[in-house]
Design a protein around this ligand. Structure first.
Ligand code: MLT
Length: 201
């Protein structure tokens, strides 16, 4: 997968896996990652799917309606990519924290839905419930931050709460942060994610 990797100064820190929103690329969230943890490795990836020229991490059938077959395939592809990147760049595969926004948060969420021990933790900015009616692997003790908007047209407040509950039910330690706006990522939300990250990692 297309990506950039920046080696951090402190090898005991997590590697931050950055996953952009629809129409973004591997450079978009690098500044955000550095703001969250300036000493951590950064692995920032570009989604392999194109929708009218806009990169995404998986196909969708309509806005907010996921192509579940493609989601499964792309989630496995991303997992394999992380495994290979850990070997190539010699970082600790067991210490990867995802930071995703929107479509990137959705594939990060689905990584957690599909695989045990795939991420050490995650910051999900404006995620949706990736799939329903499936059994989740144990996420015992996994710290997860969800940033949500009370007026998010893409993800209603009830869906953010549903996602929190699904993750908590399998043992994740979820912090749900609200702002009163829509789907956008605000500076206050980033600050809240940073404060949370500092207490967890
Ligand atoms: C998705 O398809 O992942 C969601 O609709 C959010 C987005 O537009 O990226």
């Amino acid at each position: 997968m297309k990506h950039v990797f920046y080696k951090g100064e402190d090898s005991t820190k997590p590697t931050l896996l950055l996953l952009h929103g629809t129409g973004g690329n591997e450079h978009d969230l690098v500044g955000l990652g550095k703001e969250i943890d300036g000493a951590a490795n950064i692995l920032s990836v570009r989604g392999n799917v194109l929708e009218n020229g806009m990169p995404r991490f998986f196909k969708r059938l309509a806005e907010g309606v996921f192509d579940l077959e493609d989601l499964k395939f792309r989630t496995e592809e991303l997992k394999n990519f992380i495994d290979e990147a850990a070997e190539n760049y010699e970082f600790d595969r067991n210490n990867v924290v995802a930071i995703g926004y929107s479509n990137g948060a959705n594939i990060a969420g689905n990584l957690l839905f599909e695989y045990e021990n795939v991420l050490k933790g995650a910051i999900l900015h404006h995620p949706m419930v990736p799939r329903r009616g499936v059994e989740l692997p144990s996420l015992l003790g996994t710290p997860i931050f969800i940033g949500a908007g009370k007026n998010d047209f893409m993800c209603p407040a009830a869906e953010s709460e549903e996602l929190r509950d699904l993750l908590q039910n399998v043992g994740a330690e979820v912090e749900l942060y609200w702002h009163s706006y829509g789907h956008q990522l605000t500076q206050d939300e980033v600050q809240a994610a940073k404060d949370w990250y500092q207490t967890k990692f």
